[in-house]
Ligand binder design. Structure first.
Ligand code: ATP
Ligand code: MG
Length: 424
């Protein structure tokens, strides 16, 4: 036999026992986003490499070492998208969606990052993201954060903590940056290798260091909050007040700087301690400079992205996952005549009950072997059609999940009976 080929490390198959959980989560999220008037966009998975270099920034983990970049046949450098914001802005610009109008957009789909695979961290993973454009005030920041809070409620998730910070404007950050660099430079010998490299290229990222050995140094760093101007302060305060008014708890985390360069003012994350080291399930913020950075007219923007694998893992951790069955009813067909008549019956039932999940037996076999499959499908009832039922124009309806009696139902009444039984 030929050697089998394996999936790529860090890229998982989502198998039939899991796929329904994905669909349910996606449907719940879509319904919440619909309820706020957000509109879906679907972008390509591959973009010009330049797009990510210009938006995410050259000195970031993503661009430095995580991108799947390759040369197209014509020599263009292309990249599998590591995140959705850049592509969303590109699409909005290219299609004129930012012309004198506001937008509330969302997307979902696979993202690719060449990271070390571990629980909650994959090389192909999935995000659902939201991006809004054209709104500069704290009201839209608040709305997007409230959406996330509502999403957790809709998904039944509890125990998530909202962490909030502000990065101020680009100018405010510039002044702060100088003070931070001075502080870090004075502690050169305590910096790890990454931080030393970032000291001049991207010093704010040092605050984001995941290295525990850096924690003390980071804790003593000057605070960005103290470098904010009145407008940034008021903007932040309005969000805090709004959250309090809406009854959404938050903590201010001055070390929250987010990995990406393009954020301004508001940044936030939702974190849990129930998923080990990969505890951030959603992250977002304001990125007022990005549209201009990508060649558009200056456009305020605010958004977030959540990691679908982590949300699903958290649902499992919190025992919110209901068992998934393959079908509601399993049609057992014994004998050639029944097999032929069963096809017609099944199609009739599907006409009458479009949401019925009916699994029709194929391939013949004994009652016993067919019932075994019926049981494995998780169906609540077996519908049995053999020579005898065929002769009498009936179908036997046999409950598979309890001890109640099997009944005979006239074929013409079957749809009505199933509807009642499955509703109950
Ligand atoms: P982390 O700090 O965990 O690396 P990040 O800051 O790189 O996250 P973002 O770019 O903000 O993550 O992406 C938003 C969300 O996407 C994260 O909060 C997380 O839930 C999810 N995510 C990011 N990278 C991965 C990955 N490699 N595997 C699974 N989920 C991921
Ligand atoms: Mg990361």
């Amino acid at each position: 036999m030929a050697k089998t080929i394996q999936a790529i490390r860090g890229m998982r198959d989502i198998l039939p026992d899991e796929a329904p959980l994905w669909r349910r989560l996606e449907a719940t999220v879509a319904a919440v986003l619909d309820s706020y008037g957000y509109q879906q966009v679907r972008m390509p998975i591959v973009e010009m490499t330049e797009l990510f270099k210009r938006s995410i920034g050259e000195v970031t983990d993503i661009v430095e070492k995580e991108m799947y970049t390759f040369a197209d046949r014509n020599g263009d450098s292309l990249t599998l998208r590591p995140e959705g914001t850049a592509g969303c802005v590109r699409a909005a610009l290219e299609n004129g969606l930012l012309h004198n109008q506001t937008q509330r957009l969302w997307y979902q789909g696979p993202m690719f990052r060449h990271e070390r695979p571990q629980k909650g961290r994959y090389r192909q993973f999935h995000q659902i993201g939201v991006e809004t454009f054209g709104m500069a005030g704290p009201d839209i920041d608040l709305e997007t954060i409230l959406i996330t809070a509502r999403l957790w409620k809709a998904l039944g998730l509890t125990g998530l903590e909202l962490q909030l910070n502000t990065l101020g404007t680009a100018d405010e950050r510039k002044a702060y940056r100088e003070r931070l660099v001075a502080y870090l430079a004075a502690h050169q010998e305590d910096l790890d290798e990454d931080s030393r490299r970032r000291l001049h290229s991207n010093p704010l990222r040092v605050l984001d260091s995941k290295n525990p050995a850096m924690a003390e140094l980071v804790a003593g760093a000057p605070s960005l909050m103290e470098h904010l101007g009145d407008d940034s302060r008021a903007h932040f305060q309005a969000i805090c007040d709004g959250l309090t008014a809406a009854g959404v708890a938050y903590v201010i985390n001055p070390r929250l700087v987010r990995g990406l360069d393009y954020y301004s003012r508001t940044v936030f994350e939702w974190v849990t301690d129930q998923l080990g080291a990969q505890g951030t399930v959603c992250a977002g913020g304001r990125f007022d400079g990005l549209v201009e950075q990508l060649g558009g007219r200056g456009t305020p923007a605010m958004g977030f992205a959540m990691g679908v694998e982590r949300l699903l893992a958290l649902r499992e951790e919190q025992q919110l996952v209901e068992p998934v069955t393959q079908a509601d009813v399993y049609l057992v067909l014994v004998g050639d005549a029944a097999a032929a008549a069963g096809l017609t019956l099944a199609e009739q039932l599907r006409d009458q009950l479009p949401t019925l999940r009916l699994l029709s037996h194929c391939g013949g076999g004994s009652f016993k072997s067919q019932f075994k499959r019926a049981d494995r499908s998780g169906a609540a009832f077996a519908l049995v059609l053999g020579d005898e039922e065929l002769a009498n124009g009936v179908v036997a309806v046999k409950p598979l999940r309890d001890d109640s009696e099997q009944i005979q139902v006239a074929q013409a009444e079957l749809a009505g009976v199933l509807k009642d039984k499955l509703a109950g």
